[in-house]
Design a protein around this ligand. Structure first.
Ligand SMILES: Nc1nc2c(ncn2[C@@H]2O[C@H](COP(=O)(O)OP(=O)(O)OP(=O)(O)O)[C@@H](O)[C@H]2O)c(=O)[nH]1
Ligand SMILES: [Mg+2]
Length: 254
């Protein structure tokens, strides 16, 4: 068991309510089946928080909600815009069934989904440190949110054996400087955006995509960004790193 998994199990044991924070851009991929299994075993109430909902369209959100609400109560949140925080607070009070004492709420999930940001958005303070680089929260931190709720912010947990670098890059578990194959990761991001919101990609990079494959799109973006090597060839690596950074920093709506 890794240190993070131990921390997560400990939080599940202590908390009255658990939040599983997922990234609205890929709610299914950022669900953690191990964490959900541990929560179910402990018979604790839990809420799926679909965070970063400012980065996805309404249709995308509604589809995610109809799938995920079969598993647990689901709340949309944009920590950035402080949207959905009152709803989340109500939901916590409603499912906790605890009167007369403080409710302990554990915030769990993949690295970089916004666990700390959700806690800050609900409390209205910047008590929990946040960063676009994943792995920012290193240890458990208790944060009071009014007289009834206390949050436990945790470091991100990824399932044991989750080694696919493409997933790690897409989910911002690893930033561009730690990826062995940034071009491969950028191609996956391009593929996802071409399928889900090609216009966002086109307008952000000022390119027109008409049936090109992902590699050709990467080249188009490299050329348009003027990322050229000595002999005028396109510097695909530089283009890939830019795309990964833009994606991880939430510059596209999907
Ligand atoms: N656009 C957008 N960005 C968000 C939102 N919530 C968090 N972020 C950004 O996502 C990044 C990660 O946020 P954190 O709150 O540090 O995420 P975390 O899950 O606590 O990350 P670790 O502690 O590293 O596991 C930061 O750059 C945040 O600004 C949101 O609702 N919308
Ligand atoms: Mg954090």
């Amino acid at each position: 068991m890794t240190r993070y998994q131990r921390i997560s199990q400990d939080v599940i044991r202590k908390a009255d309510v658990l939040l599983e924070v997922v990234d609205a851009r890929f709610p299914d991929e950022t669900r953690n089946s191990e964490v959900e299994r541990d929560i179910a075993r402990a018979k604790k109430p839990f809420i799926i928080v679909i965070n970063k909902c400012d980065l996805v369209s309404k249709e995308h959100l509604e589809k995610a909600k109809s799938r995920l609400s079969k598993i647990a109560p689901t709340v949309f949140v944009s920590s950035k815009d402080r949207f959905g925080t009152t709803m989340l607070r109500h939901k916590i009070l409603e499912i906790a069934h605890i009167k007369g004492r403080e409710i302990l709420v554990g915030s769990l999930g993949y690295p970089n989904t916004g666990k700390s940001s959700v806690v800050n958005a609900v409390t209205g303070k910047h008590s929990a440190g946040t960063s676009s680089i994943s792995g920012h929260t290193k240890a458990v931190q208790h944060i009071k949110a009014g007289s009834r709720i206390k949050f436990i912010d945790t470091p991100g947990v990824i399932p044991f054996g989750e080694t696919d670098e493409y997933i790690q890059g897409m989910l911002a578990v690893k930033d561009s400087t730690h990826l062995q194959d940034p071009i491969g990761v950028a191609l996956k991001i391009i593929e996802k955006l071409c399928n889900e919101n090609k216009t966002a990609l086109e307008s952000f990079y000022h390119v027109t995509i008409e049936g090109e494959n992902s590699y050709e799109v990467l080249e188009l973006i490299g050329r348009e960004s003027n990322f050229l090597k000595k002999k005028g060839q396109i510097d695909e690596n530089r283009a890939a790193v830019k795309i990964i950074n833009d994606w991880q920093r939430g510059r596209f709506i999907v």
